[in-house]
Ligand binder design. Structure first.
Ligand code: AMP
Ligand code: ZN
Length: 142
């Protein structure tokens, strides 16, 4: 876990090292954006730091700005296709993370269908909200 190199070859490290192919749409010194090979929609991108980290909390804060800038750049490119898109980040198995190398999804939307499925949702209550904020260690104000 964390930022150590993974035991098994990591598919996104292999792409970042140029040993595996990818349909790259953006690259800078620290980041790559390329097409997801099983796209939800046309133009579905993955934005990937070249260094191996499992998840966002493992990315050094000195690299946050560059990574966010690369994500914004990938969004600009997606906006050539459509102004409607979702940005997603799956963290952990239960959240659907399959590749344990940090990546944002940018998923263009061309119609009103929900590609993420439909879980029923109910409005949160006052007490529940307070408890959840507390359990999240909040509110943090800086
Ligand atoms: P996640 O569920 O967030 O871990 O998503 C991993 C994503 O990586 C999936 O949407 C896969 O389709 C995609 N993927 C896996 N291998 C490759 C690859 N070699 N090139 C591009 N996308 C890939
Ligand atoms: Zn990796």
């Amino acid at each position: 876990m964390g930022s150590a190199a993974p035991a098994a070859p990591c598919v996104f490290c292999e792409i970042a090292a140029g040993r595996s192919p990818a349909y790259v749409v953006y690259e800078d010194a620290n980041t790559l954006a390329f097409l997801d090979i099983f796209p939800f929609t046309r133009g579905h991108l993955l934005v990937v730091p070249k260094r191996h980290v499992d998840r966002l909390v493992d990315l050094p804060s000195t690299e946050h700005a560059g990574y966010l800038g690369a994500l914004a750049q990938a969004c600009r490119q997606v906006e050539r296709l459509t102004k409607d898109y979702n940005i997603g980040l799956n963290q952990g198995r239960l959240a659907g993370q399959i590749v344990f190398h940090l990546h944002f999804h940018v998923i263009p939307r061309y119609d009103a269908g929900n590609p993420f499925g439909t879980l029923p949702r109910t409005r949160i209550g006052e007490a529940d909200a307070a408890a959840v904020v507390r359990d999240l260690g909040g509110p943090i104000r800086r």
